[in-house]
Design a protein around this ligand. Structure first.
Ligand code: FAD
Ligand code: MLT
Ligand code: ZN
Length: 484
């Protein structure tokens, strides 16, 4: 259990970090005490903004001695309330945003070493400037930081070809709960010196250590890309299209995003300047991006041939290939705006589910009516990364429901949806993590061996529970055996 920070600790932290690195001003803290979806809000005694790994180490050591909780934060775009402190005001917000240097970037070795506070879009720009790219992107690229992306093992819209952050992190520098610095930045392709601490910290959501920098894999810059918007009948047909593209276009397909007409309608209603890409409405839509590196031929011909065949055989009902970069960006703007449009449209119980790819179409088509029948007035909007077996299965509240609906009646919806996905052999968190939002559900549904091992690791690496308490790792229940 952690303690509230004493005034002498706060003075000492303020002295060491200086005015740029330490604030107690409620106006400074306020924007960072609510999560992006405004579902969770908290309080903090101060916000610490260290400028170096040494300062992070200092902070953690002082807080460890005083048993004071630290909540690490990057861009605060967590979709699971992972970066929001509880309401006690006892925790300190530890912002890594000031640590935003790209320490090195090399086109020869295809490696960038970025500090935790580097914003994803800035890394994209820095890689582009040296003729490379960092092959992970998502709608929050303008705010999400490297430390947050590593700590949530983020996915995004290029997982199909490049995997999640886990596969792109080649090395990590972090500060453990006693203030010691782990320098594992060396991007060694092979290193068998015991447990893989790098991979343990990826996806740990700030509960095992503070990520201060990462060595990241770069790939050749895009030579040519071809972006298509497709209208079709069902998720089943979408999966058939993915198989067809696999054969005809191969691993040039980097993104394959499923969008129901209901999500497209939300975006057209709430996001100014968006227009529907096809003449008619279709029950389902798919956004496909195929990419070729420099010197390779554009993927457009292969994509156009494949879509022509899919039209002829009735797998799809309509398709348009972007005729310009501007049109390609317009297609992507629709996809990247779904979260924004949903937020504007009102409360929903949000789920970030994954099942085996081949199971997803049937799951979606069976689970949606089951939820709507069980909870009258609700509407399911399921969209996202079909090729990864990951969709955002969001259940919109009945008309007139208030903002508290997701925690109220919506909680029963969430349990019902999670029971369905576990029965289908899937996961209740594909890419957004557990945070605080899914803690109770992980405790309820998690495999006992997994939970016991997670608790033992947490106990070993953060024995005083000062790192991001109340996130990811469900506390021991009365009946829970202790692995340790
Ligand atoms: P924060 O929200 O600040 O923190 C996230 C978690 O990491 C918290 O638990 C925090 O305590 C911890 N943390 C942050 N920095 C550190 C650090 N340096 N050391 C240790 N712990 C740390 N996610 C996806 O996976 N795929 C998507 O497609 C996707 N799309 C999104 C679209 C929108 C519009 C939005 C708003 C979010 C989206 N997200 C998506 C969710 C979110 O962007 C990711 O989870 C992202 O990784 C969070 O990065 P962040 O810097 O904002 O982290
Ligand atoms: C997305 O894929 O758009 C994100 O994960 C955000 C969301 O689920 O709302
Ligand atoms: Zn997503």
């Amino acid at each position: 259990m952690s303690n509230p920070p004493s005034s002498s600790l706060l003075e000492e932290l303020g002295r060491r970090l200086g005015p740029k690195g330490f604030t107690r001003d409620p106006a400074d803290l306020a924007p960072w005490l609510k999560d992006w979806r405004k579902r969770f809000s908290g309080a903090a005694a101060a916000m610490l903004s260290p400028a170096s790994t040494e300062e992070v180490s200092d902070i953690v050591r002082l807080c460890a001695e005083a048993r004071v909780a630290l909540v690490p934060q990057g861009g605060n775009t967590s979709m699971a309330g992972g970066a929001t402190p509880d309401g006690s005001g006892d925790a300190l917000l530890l912002s890594l945003r000031r640590m935003n240097r790209i320490r090195s970037i090399s086109a020869e070795s295809n490696i960038a070493v970025a500090e935790a506070g580097v914003i994803l879009a800035d890394l994209h720009d820095a890689a582009g400037a040296v003729g490379r790219r960092f092959p992970l992107t998502l709608g929050a690229r303008g705010s999400a930081t490297i430390g947050g992306l590593v700590s949530t093992n983020a996915g995004g819209t290029q997982v199909l070809r490049f995997g999640t952050m886990r596969g792109l992190v080649l090395g990590i520098e972090a500060v453990f709960a006693d203030g010691t610095v782990f320098n594992g930045l060396a991007p060694l392709k092979k290193d068998n010196r015991g447990y893989d601490l790098r991979q343990l910290l990826v996806g740990a959501e700030g509960t095992l250590g503070i990520v201060t920098a990462a060595s990241l894999k770069l790939v050749p810059a895009i030579g040519a890309r071809s972006v298509a918007w497709i209208g079709l009948e069902s998720p089943e047909r979408a999966l058939a299209l993915l198989g067809l593209l696999d054969n005809a276009v191969g691993d040039a397909v980097e993104s394959f995003e499923l969008v129901p007409q209901s999500a497209l309608d939300l975006v057209l209603r709430h996001v100014p300047g968006t227009r529907t890409p096809l003449a008619d409405a279709h029950p389902w839509h798919v956004l496909v991006e195929a990419v070729a590196p420099m010197v390779a031929p554009s993927p457009e011909k292969a994509l156009s041939r494949a879509l022509g065949a899919a039209l002829e055989t009735g797998v799809i009902d309509d398709a348009v290939i972007a005729a310009s970069e501007a049109q390609a960006e317009a297609f992507w703007r629709i996809r990247d705006s779904i979260s924004e449009a949903e937020k504007a449209d009102g409360p929903a119980a949000k789920h970030d589910l994954s099942v085996e790819v081949s199971v997803m179409p049937r799951f979606m088509v069976e689970a949606a009516p089951a939820v709507e029948a069980r909870f009258p007035g609700t509407r399911v909007i399921a969209f996202g990364h079909l090729g990864d077996g990951n969709v955002h299965f969001n259940v919109r509240a009945p008309a007139g429901a208030g903002p508290e609906w997701p925690e109220g009646e919506g909680a029963a919806v969430t349990s019902f949806v999670h029971d369905l996905v576990v029965a289908a052999g899937g996961s209740i968190s594909a890419e957004h993590g557990i945070g605080q939002m899914r803690l109770a559900e992980l405790a309820r549904l998690g495999d006992p061996a997994r939970l016991a091992a997670m608790r033992a690791i947490k106990q070993a690496l953060d024995p005083h529970g000062i790192l991001n308490p109340g996130k990811l790792v469900p506390p021991f229940g009365p009946a829970q055996d202790r692995l340790a």
